[in-house]
Design a protein around this ligand. Structure first.
Ligand code: A2P
Length: 346
């Protein structure tokens, strides 16, 4: 069934490229796939899975006859074109933060809250990469034992900041002899006034600061989690840190369940055999998730499960996934697959 015309805005970027790969690998029922980017990339030839594509400049007319448009070119481009695309008949699956907290726009991780998707949706928001892996790992626990508090610290890969940040890490890593004076012009935040080296460093800033002292990335994690779990009174707090890893976000989670007396074994059992999750948790064999081994994989990996010795409801977990795959492209494609299911079963 090849019935849908698909467009990818930001198709030359880190996430856009992965969306195309996932659409092809998962045999998404697309009649055509249009690659859109900035004027700079118009005419560039792309070859994936034996198929050739030519990148086009994004203009309003790009969305005529498009059924599903994936957006991953930054919030300003989504604000400029997403509503236009919907006016022209497309459903937009947006990977930026432009619409996530709009109460009329569903924010979806299919394994957690696919029930909020409707087949007549206009814009659908894909959550922040760090939020997706956290809620995907916690949903089976929340469902079984209830969840009262989440405190998360992230260890985020540079690919989450786009291809420029990957290039910056690679070029700084090559300046190993002079590591204190490497040049920085992208991270921590492309539009920011100050830049710090990411190679041989850990930067406790992702995105700009809010007047509260939190960064926007931290606030995204807090607010998006409450929206997805439909739990405005859940206690959620975050510290987001960029580390010199190319791909794969890691997260240290501290959680408090609603129930006392749950054992680590019961928590592990709740996570076992859940589609999309892999438990890697065996200290005896030094088995735990690591970013390097999550790269290119679809699953969210969970390990280092431990009970807080001083709190009857407290647990620690370590959660890792490929931020470009489940953290972005795969989740978007899964949303699109669910829309196709909704349309074909109605
Ligand atoms: P381009 O390659 O033409 O600049 P990343 O976040 O990985 O760096 O990717 C950003 C994506 O957003 C790229 O595909 C980039 O295209 C695209 N992009 C940037 N500016 C625009 C624009 N004005 N219109 C459409 N796409 C854009």
């Amino acid at each position: 069934m090849s019935t849908l015309n698909v467009a990818i805005v930001g198709a030359t970027g880190a996430v856009g490229t992965t969306i195309l790969e996932k659409l092809l690998a998962r045999k998404f029922p697309a009649k055509s796939i249009k690659l859109l980017a900035s004027k700079r990339s118009a005419g560039v030839e792309v070859s994936v899975g034996g198929q050739n594509f030519t990148v086009e400049e994004t203009v309003p007319e790009s969305f005529d006859d498009v059924d599903i448009a994936f957006f991953s070119a930054g919030g300003s481009i989504s604000k400029m074109f997403a509503e236009e695309a919907v006016k022209r008949g497309a459903i937009v699956i947006d990977n930026t933060s432009a619409f996530r907290m709009d109460e009329n726009i569903p924010l979806v991780v299919p394994e957690v809250n696919r029930h909020v998707l409707t087949k007549d949706a206009g814009i659908i928001a894909n959550p922040n990469c760090s939020t997706i892996q956290m809620v995907a790992a916690l949903e089976p626990i929340r469902e079984k034992f209830g969840l009262n508090r989440i405190i998360v610290s992230t260890y985020q890969a540079v690919s989450g900041a786009g291809t420029e940040a990957i290039e910056e890490l690679e070029s700084q890593a090559n300046q190993f002899d002079n590591r204190a004076t490497v040049e920085a012009s992208v991270l921590p935040s492309a539009g920011g006034e100050r830049h710090y080296p990411i190679a041989f460093n850990a930067i406790p800033q992702i995105d700009a600061f809010d007047e509260s002292g939190y960064t926007l990335e931290e606030l995204k994690m807090i607010n998006e989690t409450k929206k997805i779990f439909e739990a405005p009174s859940m206690h959620v707090s975050a510290t987001c840190v960029r580390i010199p890893v190319v791909t794969g976000h890691s997260e240290s989670l501290y959680i408090e369940l609603d129930q006392e007396g749950v054992t680590t074994e019961e928590l592990r059992a709740a996570l076992a055999d859940v589609p999309g999750l892999v438990v890697q948790d065996d200290p005896a064999t030094q088995s735990y998730p690591m970013a390097l081994y999550a790269e290119g994989k679809d699953e969210v990996f969970v390990g280092r499960l431990r009970k807080d010795p001083d709190h009857p409801c407290g647990f620690h977990l370590w959660v890792v996934t490929d931020n470009l795959v489940k953290g972005a492209a795969l989740n978007s494609v899964q949303i699109a697959e669910h829309l196709v299911e909704l349309k074909t079963t109605s």
